[in-house]
Design a binder for this molecule. Structure first.
Ligand code: PLP
Length: 420
């Protein structure tokens, strides 16, 4: 039996010194409607530690110069910090080399790069693309639209009522016409963790490539790209403590080399004449125009911060919070959590109250200083498949605590008293 008691006082039982690390996040000092902020909207965006804020501010105060093009000191400093971040990302995700890391705007942009470059060049009439019902729209709509443009068949594998992928349905829709499979590593609604390595091996056996949407795994658990076995992955840096405006596309070197650029213009060329343009090599051929330099450098600082605590320790802390949150929610009548609990479940709980609309729940929780999200979470096919019109989502991160879960539960109880 799991122990349902909230550890009193300090956060115990994990390697993270949560009470200490909370001091690194200025937003946690905020009061919301007279209450200390409880920030449970981490799936949408995370708070930023002071070290990340300082690193951005240093760029603008000390070396606010453009990268790659200048030989003056400020440009060299900016270029070095910008490229150093690429080395950090490669190390963080265990990529084979930094040049497999392409900076984008966010996960959506990364996936559009794959669809707009590899997809446009390799998908044609009669081909098939397979996704799942649990995808965020970012990993659904670009593939659907690509198939419509190219006369290919868009296949969607179903989910079970447990929230897990229906493997029989997936198997039945994967065949030798499938050219690409795209699937979330972790669902942003049910927190289901898909067995990417197994699914990618299956895709490879029929000659398809595999795209893993790692937007909700990279921030919360150790991710080893080489062990994962996908051909491309996508994620958003602002979901792992970094600034907004930068995402990551990782691709196998041989695939990146074979792909045409997604956008053309400055910064991505080797040589331009009136008649001809020779493109730069990957990753630069995918980074047209002036990038979001300070945000990329801030992402490097975020990785330093996460590595200081360790992704395994962060994951274990979140899994413990997840266990506690799901247990407390399970005790409440009229609360239906999307997807079954499973050991190791990341700390996301999307739920529906029998007696109140998700928007009312989120609004009431905000009155109590608890920030959650309500709606479809950009996962309309999943809500539709599970027969839900919307849900309320609590998603936690390394700085959250058992006491904060108690505060959310107390606020939900008040909602029950008012609406039930
Ligand atoms: N994929 C998943 C699983 C997500 O959770 C999100 C955002 O929440 C996205 C993709 C899209 O991310 P972005 O809006 O940063 O492109």
């Amino acid at each position: 039996m799991m122990n349902s008691e909230s550890p009193a006082g300090a956060e115990v039982g994990t390697a993270l010194d949560v009470n200490r690390l909370r001091k690194d996040f200025p937003a946690l000092r905020r009061m919301v409607n007279g209450h200390p902020l409880v920030y449970f909207d981490n799936t949408a965006a995370t708070l930023k530690p002071q070290s990340v804020i300082d690193s951005i501010s240093r760029v603008y105060s000390d070396y606010p110069a453009n990268v790659h093009r200048g030989i003056h000191m400020l440009s060299e400093e900016a270029t070095n910090a910008y490229e150093e971040a690429r080395v950090k990302v490669a190390r963080f995700l265990n990529a084979r080399e930094p040049d497999e890391i392409v900076y984008t705007l966010n996960t959506t942009d990364s996936i559009n790069h794959i669809a707009g470059s590899w997809g446009e060049a390799n998908i044609g009439p009669g081909d098939e693309v397979l996704v799942t019902d649990m995808e965020h729209h970012a990993n659904f709509v670009p593939w659907q639209q690509l198939c419509m443009r190219k006369g290919a068949k868009f296949q969607v594998a179903h989910v079970l009522s447990s929230g897990q992928l229906d493997r029989e349905d997936f198997d039945s829709k994967l065949n030798e016409r499938t050219k690409l499979v795209a699937c979330a590593h972790v669902s942003n609604v049910s927190a289901v963790v898909n067995p990417i390595r197994e699914l990618a091996e299956q895709a490879h056996r029929v000659g398809a490539i595999f795209v893993a949407d790692c937007a909700q795994s990279v921030p919360h658990m150790p991710v080893d790209l080489q062990a994962l076995g996908a051909d491309f992955i996508a994620c958003s840096a602002y979901k792992f403590l970094a600034p907004f405006g930068v995402g990551i596309l990782w691709g196998r070197r041989e695939l990146l080399d074979s792909m045409p650029p997604y956008r053309t213009g400055g910064n991505m060329i080797a040589e331009v004449s009136r008649e001809h343009t020779r493109f730069n090599v990957a990753p630069h051929k995918f980074e047209a125009g002036t990038p979001s330099i300070a945000d990329v450098i801030g992402m490097g600082a975020a990785i330093d911060y996460l590595e200081q605590w360790g992704m395994q320790a962060i994951y274990e802390h979140e899994v413990e919070l997840s266990r506690y949150m799901h247990e407390r929610l399970a005790d409440m009548p009229g609360v239906r959590v999307i997807g079954d609990w499973f050991p190791g479940k990341p700390a996301i709980a999307s739920f529906h109250l029998d007696y109140a609309h998700p928007h009312d729940v989120a609004q009431f929780l905000n009155e109590e200083g608890v920030a959650v999200r309500s709606g479809l979470h950009c996962a309309e096919p999943l809500h539709c498949a599970l027969g839900l019109s919307s849900s309320t989502r609590a998603s936690l991160y390394l700085y959250n605590t058992h006491d904060e879960i108690d505060r959310m539960i107390a606020a939900i109880k008040t909602v029950e008293e008012i609406f039930a």
